[in-house]
Design a protein around this ligand. Sequence first.
Ligand code: PAF
Length: 309
Amino acid sequence: MTSVRVADTRAELAALLATARERCGAPGGADAAQVGLVPTMGALHEGHASLIRLARQRVGDGPVVVSVFVNPLQFGAGEDLDRYPRTLDADLEVCSAAGADLVFAPAVDEVYPSWPVPPQVTVAAGPVAELLEGRTRPGHFGGVLTVVAKLLGLVRPDIAVFGEKDYQQLVLIRQMVADLCLGVEVVGAPTRRDPDGLAMSSRNRYLSLAEREQALTLSRALRAAQERASYGVPAARWAAMSVLRAEPGVEPDYLALTTTGLDELPDYPEPGTEGRVLVAARVGTTRLIDNLPIHFTDDVVGTTFEGDS
Ligand code: PAF
């Protein structure tokens, strides 16, 4: 039995939110409680639970809302929209155990009334959306930002929590919130991993046992890059690519070293530069992504090595 309240429609969401806001303090008053939002597409796992716990920690007694919505606008033709796991009963248990008060689980036409005709007005995600994931998934981030903007409008949270696992998404959501003055604090939460290093993802359930083993190559490649950071960007990239190429079951899409804002890095960054190393690869029929921070220390040493040419 779960203790969360579930809203299927915008009207129910508005009513439940109004009650929750009242219970927690006069809306708009000095003692008004903060509202937290954790947008998800369901198929929740421990990674999502950690986002909900973080929202709960941040808003104290205030309402924590989790949205569970498989957003068709962010899936391209031939992607896994139809087979994306839908596990609402189990999701409600996760939400309840992690401390959510309210789950918004709308049908598609509740979010997009004209569906299957897409909405006429959507968010233009800008140039960062064309990089990395955007090269393989054109239009993906426009779909993500559009639904996130709608969810922010429906819930009007003070904070919204997103995982660093989808790092490019997090960067773009921060940019949208800043550029459109949406007045919500975007909180990024570290990626949760299985003990062997595999980043938790709803798509991991597509993997066979053998593919799951092969998928570990992604986090190993990222760690190889981190370990070679003191030799500069080309060396770190080469180390990571060597790990990826050594596993025939893994088909790399991209491996990129960037600034934290996803800009290009010089080959030998200034000491103290913080960056990000990001990877996407196909394992069997499943496309996985992962990323880690990468730190360029004081002792970046230029070196000649076989990957430099
Ligand atoms: O990260 C996700 O699960 C989705 O992209 C999001 C942010 C819930 C939008 O559909």
